[in-house]
Design a binder for this molecule. Structure first.
Ligand code: AMP
Length: 280
């Protein structure tokens, strides 16, 4: 049975009667196959599964798509019920950010944020770190599940639990893709079929880069450049960044490595911002 919880009081009660290990999957809803894979991993490992559905206003800057972010609560509920999620935590904004309490924003280190997505989305990582810290403190999970699709976010979350000594193991789950290779994302709902087809070239460009490094044709940075050239033939894809970054700490790869790093990309298709990455 799936129980829907809105208040902090009710979630405390639920946690008290839950069998451990408790597993937790934080989401912003508009659930898709990527989220479903996280929930399945959680259910496999834990006795009780909590899924949060909360569109966190703090991680959107003015002018970003907070108001337009896809919301489909009925469909999300159906998916969670089908997956036998034990608890859905779907608080109102005022429950997480009470107006009378002055908000302490968690600021991750600049080494993790002043690059890649952090350059164009100043509020994003502080907003994510702030809400994930709160949610982990509320749900007190033994395990929490995050997708590798949001790779920079995953590094920030790992920093967060270490920095605040939060006793939750972080599990990273592989990227789930649509048939054409496009990484599943709630924002894919903004794309029609033609745009989705176009967007699939983003993943293709990452595969090309990896292939060229593996076969020894190019160094990581040259392969990234070649992929940028590939994407530049599509005028409706506007690349924000396409870079190679180390596996250890997302530092720039400058030493001609042939493995142990990622290519990461952010690009707009029309006005839909998409991110993706591939491990080499
Ligand atoms: P979101 O609802 O977009 O905040 O995402 C909630 C969680 O789902 C995050 O940990 C994401 O990294 C993860 N996620 C989103 N898309 C995918 C995907 N395509 N594959 C795997 N995990 C994903």
């Amino acid at each position: 049975m799936t129980t829907l919880i809105k208040s902090l009081n009710d979630i405390k009660k639920a946690i008290n009667i839950s069998k451990r290990d408790i597993g937790f999957v934080p989401t912003m809803g508009a659930l898709h196959d990527g989220h479903i894979s996280l929930i399945k991993a959680c259910k496999q490992e834990c006795k009780t599964t909590f899924v949060s559905i909360f569109v966190n206003p703090k991680q959107f800057s003015p002018g970003e798509d907070f108001d337009k972010y896809p919301r489909d609560f009925e469909a999300d509920l159906k998916i969670c019920k089908e997956l036998n999620v034990d608890y859905i935590f779907s608080p109102d904004v005022s429950e997480i950010y009470p107006e009378k309490v002055s908000e302490e924003i968690v600021t991750p280190p600049t080494a993790l944020t002043e690059m890649l997505c952090g350059l164009s989305r100043k509020d994003f990582f502080p907003g994510v770190a702030t809400v994930v810290k709160k949610l982990l403190e509320i749900v007190t999970p033994d395990y929490a599940y995050f997708g590798e699709k949001d790779l920079q976010q995953l590094f920030v979350i790992r920093w967060l639990v270490k920095e605040y000594k939060i006793p939750t193991f972080i599990r990273a789950c592989p990227i789930v893709r649509e048939k054409n290779g496009l990484a599943c994302s709630s924002r894919n709902r903004y794309l029609n079929e033609d745009k989705k087809k176009l967007a699939s070239h983003i993943h293709k460009s990452l595969e090309m880069a990896r292939r060229d490094v593996r076969s020894g044709i190019f160094t990581a940075s040259k392969a990234a450049l070649e992929s940028l050239v590939y994407l530049s033939q599509f005028p409706d894809i506007k690349v924000e960044y396409l870079e190679s970054r180390s596996k250890e700490n997302l530092e720039k790869v400058t030493d001609g490595r042939t493995k142990g790093f990622y290519f990461l990309v952010a690009a707009r298709v029309g006005n839909v911002r998409l991110i993706d990455n591939i491990e080499v």
